[in-house]
Design a binder for this molecule. Sequence first.
Ligand code: HEM
Length: 468
Amino acid sequence: EQSSLSKLPGPPKLPIFGDALSFIWLTQEQMFKKLVQLQYLYGHRVVVKIFNKYVLQLYDPKDIEIILTHTKNIAKSKPYEFMTPWLGTGLLISSGSKWHKRRKILTPAFHFDVLKSFARVFEESSRVMVNELIQQLQNGHDVLNVMPFISDFTLSTICETAMGTNLNSDKIDANRLEYKQSILDIGTLIMIRLTRFWLHPALIFNNLPIGKRFKKCLQDNNSFTDRVIEERRKKRRDTEVEVNGGRRRMMLLDLLLDAESKGEIDLSGIKEEVNTFMFEGHDTTAMALTFGLMLLADHEEVQDLIHDECKSIFGDSMRTATLSDLAEMKYLEATIKEILRLYPSVPLIGRTIEEDFMLGDIKVTKGVEVMLHIYDLHRREDLFPEPEQFRPERFLSGEKMNFTFIPFSAGPRNCIGQRFAMQEMKYMLSEMVRHFKLFPTVKNFKPTMKVDLVLRTDDPIRIKLALR
Ligand code: HEM
């Protein structure tokens, strides 16, 4: 049955192993490079065989549309399994009726009115970050690795909005660094495990030093998220009026705690969702903002256009932005899209096929895995002329991009936090450009990407700042 796939182009295959041996021992950077090369070597539909399993690699919008709009084939692919000791089967990883039920419980947490009520937090957190950077400037540090400042910003906003917990005033603040480090380590360990097939069985992995390190990371991670849950539970008891006030009930963690009292979810269910949202809700936007500031620093003309746009909205006032101000920031919105085209925080997603379907004239059968290459799709020269060039104007015409531009995926399993993320990024980037001029430390810097849980690089992103 799978043999119709064997006719598709792909790397040469060995008996028994297929292509498995060519992925062994690769570093995360080598793996990234290898996956990018596949489409240039073999075209937009590539078949890789890992032992007896076909893994179809797709780079074409029409094929990607067929997969993403399929209402039954919503199960994630094998590599996501290595994340389950950490994220359980929370919204990102679950499938079938569990996924449907959870998505229904959590969707109200991203309602327009709820996002509107978060404006103050996005606003204040952006200001806090800007003030920290001004402080750094005053202390003589004008060249900064911006990543740690940004991830502090996105972590505190996800805690204060979705989780209703204020990081700065709580003792959990001390665990923040440990939490962020644990996510980096978890990513690295999962990637090591992926490229060494003998580490795949849990029984082997868990009993080796690498499995023990993994377990320690999970403990560090959970000690932070458990406290976030506890803090909110306490506050709810203390401030019952606030809970019945209506609006507050819509906060993500409150919805989960409400579902718990109705018997729809248990504590382990709450934990898997809190872990999922704390990670997906801060790391993705942090990486997009980091690459975004790097691109802005390299393109003074783009900064100036954003600044002009802000000036036309705010005049000379340094007042804080409202949601209707944000709606007017059309050029900034196009800039954010262009950032996500070049650096989509989730560069690659995967599905396991549960119901046979046709991909054009090719039958794809149950059990096949499919990888959708968002990063490579966004850099196709025929879809985005001069794809390496950073040009926000591409997104100004308002032309529909359909499945050629999918940083948030699409279809039933698209990103639930998409509007949250856009709003957060608009607040932060507009605040930055209103206060600072950014300069590159290396002109036209192209960081070396690596395969990880989100799009990452080990190269520090250093930017020179000056007050505007
Ligand atoms: C720039 C920021 C972001 C990008 C580029 C992004 C991208 C994505 C993508 C591509 C997916 C599909 C994953 C897959 O199919 O495996 C996804 C799913 C998801 N995202 Fe985001 N995301 C961002 C921000 C956020 C934020 C801020 C939150 C939460 C507040 C969030 C929560 C989630 C969740 C829970 C899912 C799983 C949804 C489901 O399967 O029902 N994301 N995201």
